[in-house]
Design a binder for this molecule. Sequence first.
Ligand code: OGA
Ligand code: ZN
Ligand code: ZN
Length: 360
Amino acid sequence: MTTTTTGDDVLVFPPIWLRDNCPCEHCRDPRNGQKLFGITDLPADLTVRGTEVSADTITVTFGPDGHRGPFSRAWLDAQLSASSGDGRTEAGKRLWQAQDLDGRLPAADWAAYRDDPAERARVLSAVRDLGFALLHGTPTEEETVLAIARTFGYPRETNYGTLFDVRVEPDPSNLAFTGMRIAPHTDNPYRDPVPTLQLLHCLANAADGGDSGLVDGFTAASLLRAEDEEAFRILSTTLVPFAWYDAGTSLRADRPLIDVDPEGHLREVRFNNRSMQALRLDPAATTAFYAAYRRFAEIIARPELLLTFRLDPGDCVIFDNTRLLHARTAFAESGARHLQGCYADLDALTSTLRTLEGTA
Ligand code: OGA
Ligand code: ZN
Ligand code: ZN
């Protein structure tokens, strides 16, 4: 790497920033790189007293205490060009509509995914960037969904168990356990934190119907922002109560349908009419919320946003539950259809991906 930082260039970095990032062994434990001081341990009146430049290091002497920090020039250079953001918001994603992916779904064969780290990285980067990926040819044995989650992270155990079965049940506790259509939604908005990933693994799909659908919720939200700024503002600032309960469980989270970070970037979308509870707003705000909610729902329902495909036995879809909405068409309850699902989290997936890509 060529380095260009000179002693003078160091002065673009405020003294407090330099000192807070001092790499010396008094400031960071050499065994783990962790910082050994807190902000109040630093002098409030820090200055840079002088710099000494060598081939790959700029040593900064700080005032008022004379502390010396040897900064790598390559590291300082990298800071000048570093982009901010952890990749979780729309700024780090590739937004899509159905036709963008038509015939080009991010997919891999299970054996290649399992055995080839480059193939694994390709699949996991699709989940990060597009919000989903498909695996074909996985074992059609129960609990395979857990083994798939463990290839990149950890199944998240909930009150539903470590996995859940999606099939027709005689006394359904959820519409998922009937043959009814399920409109695009995110799962479990009543949890805090919400599961950031979901996996659905197909064991049987012989029924008439039961096709799968995905909608990019960031695309839908960005369309709303472009078409109706006020509706976007309302949905990103109104807390919506979500809840789920049974005899032994009572879950509740109040979150906006569209979550933006402090810089205004889309970060999470929640959309689930089944678990949305009564809002308590004044009448005018309530009416305005419902109008905005309807606008958003109409955008989500646009056919050009819905990517449809069919899960066959041995297929598994992995998707970002904070961004994509998933759906299924109705199916004949006489036919055998059985999915097993589990929740997992993006932090472990992106950690695995960074390690595979060597960018940890
Ligand atoms: C669900 C769900 C999709 C399907 O159970 O939450 O969305 O294909 N199921 O059955
Ligand atoms: Zn130091
Ligand atoms: Zn669902």
